[in-house]
Design a protein around this ligand. Structure first.
Ligand code: AMP
Ligand code: GLY
Length: 420
């Protein structure tokens, strides 16, 4: 098969790496890819959101299968255009990707099927939002409706913070804002493949969204992850599927926009009860790195079965293992940071049980250089979480990049619980 992966982050490097291990894969392309992906696939300069050019490329290169990594091409309808052109594609239609793109849509679907989520209200003007806030009080969560790359959410402990967030969001013309009950508990992410009809769980993970150790400082795209998430016990996972994921997937099909792809359910778990924070229409980054390390080459078969509507006849082969991913970012991220710094030691960092997935990297005259905020995701896999963590950090320490920073406490919640 000739396979194209759209995207160029650590998530896409992990997907490309897994696919490259599968004997079904003949030729592998990525658009736009990065320096790590370029070592195992052909990177093409192609805007992944430009449906017309993506379809043209697939025709020219006889691409048999396309996997869409990030949300932007999904929301732009690239998966629709590919399927219309008769190309087998993994990833939801633009209509189904509304589960990520519109928080108001997701809330409405949850209400229709009775899926437990935070109480909420949606507003198109500042005055009504302020009136609701006065009534509901703090703490409260203020969210921009639409894709905001994690930056559109304020978890406000005080009325002042909530008011400031409202004022800021409504400064944008045409703003739509969701005010939401603040959920307490422990967060975990559940990943499920859906072929429109059947669902198949493929693992869980816990992300570390804050830049600083101890979960302090500003939000980022994710500074590390590990899986499986111990808080998501088999019983709680089954409950999340029965009460949230399965009814939502069924409702999407009933409404004529069946969900095909990976559905990422961000959950808050309190006293054994899972409630939905949000859906994403794609793999998480860096959660994908953790899932991919555990699933390996079978991930291609799973994605193919999803795209072909064959999940009912498909199962996952599990090893009883753990994976942990540490993100190395450019100093200053998520604020401003330097680019173009040389990164050494990459050839010796990898060993059995460790992969170094690239995100923002570029090869310039034979040297790998930083080219983004999140630059590398170093992922270890081992029979225990503590061993997976040690493998990942030992590899981090073999990488020579003075301008690179990482959190040293990835996995602390789970490792603290069972004393490492
Ligand atoms: P989102 O962009 O919806 O993923 O939100 C980003 C982060 O904000 C989540 O991962 C949570 O940590 C937090 N968050 C969002 N909604 C809520 C809520 N209703 N209650 C508590 N925390 C929330
Ligand atoms: N790591 C969070 C996300 O991919 O949305």
């Amino acid at each position: 098969m000739n396979i194209l992966v759209l995207g160029g982050g650590g998530r896409e490097h992990a997907l490309v790496w897994a696919f490259s291990q599968n004997p079904k894969c003949d030729a592998l392309f990525a658009a736009p890819g990065n320096a790590g992906i370029a070592a195992i696939a052909e990177c093409v300069e192609l805007d992944p959101c430009d449906s017309e050019r993506v379809v043209e490329f697939c025709d020219a290169q006889s691409i048999d299968f396309v996997v869409v990594g990030p949300e932007a091409p999904l929301v732009a309808g690239v998966a629709d255009a590919l399927r219309d052109a008769g190309i087998l594609t993994f990833g939801p239609s633009a209509a189904a990707a509304e589960l990520e793109a519109s928080k108001a849509f997701t809330k409405e679907i949850c209400a229709a099927v009775g899926a437990p989520t935070a109480a909420h209200a949606t507003f198109d003007d500042l005055a009504s939002a302020e009136a609701y806030l006065a009534e509901a009080g703090a703490p409260i969560v203020v969210k921009a409706d639409g894709l905001a790359a994690g930056k559109g959410v304020t978890v406000a402990e005080t009325m002042e913070e909530a008011q400031a967030a409202l004022t800021q969001l409504f400064a944008e013309p045409g703003a739509r804002v969701v005010l939401e009950e603040m959920l307490r508990g422990e967060e975990a992410s559940l990943f499920v493949l859906a072929d429109g009809d059947t669902i198949l769980p493929i693992g869980s993970a816990q992300d570390h969204k804050r830049i600083g150790e101890g979960d302090r400082g500003p939000n980022t795209g994710g500074m590390g992850a590990y899986g499986p998430a111990p808080v998501l016990t088999p019983g709680i996972e089954a409950r999340a599927i029965a009460e949230i994921v399965a009814p939502v997937v069924a409702e999407m099909a009933r409404r004529g926009c069946p969900y095909q792809g990976v559905l990422y359910a961000g959950l808050m778990i309190e006293d054994g009860v899972p409630r939905l924070i949000e859906f994403n229409a794609r793999f998480g980054d860096p959660e994908a790195q953790v899932l991919v390390m555990r699933l390996g080459a079978q991930l291609l078969d799973l994605c193919l079965a999803t795209a072909r509507g064959e999940l009912a006849e498909t199962s996952v082969t599990w090893a009883d293992d753990h994976a942990l991913c540490v993100v190395m970012a450019a100093r200053g991220y998520p604020g401003s940071y330097a680019s173009g710094e040389a990164i050494g030691g990459l050839d010796t960092a990898e060993e059995p049980g460790v992969r170094v997935f690239h995100a923002g990297t570029k090869r310039v005259d034979g040297t790998i250089r930083s080219a983004g905020g999140r630059v590398l995701s170093i992922t270890g896999r081992a029979p225990t979480l503590a061993a997976a963590r040690d493998r990942a950090y030992e590899a981090v320490d073999r990488i020579h990049w003075p301008g690179g920073v990482c959190r040293r406490d990835i996995g602390w919640r789970a490792l603290g619980k069972d004393a490492g």
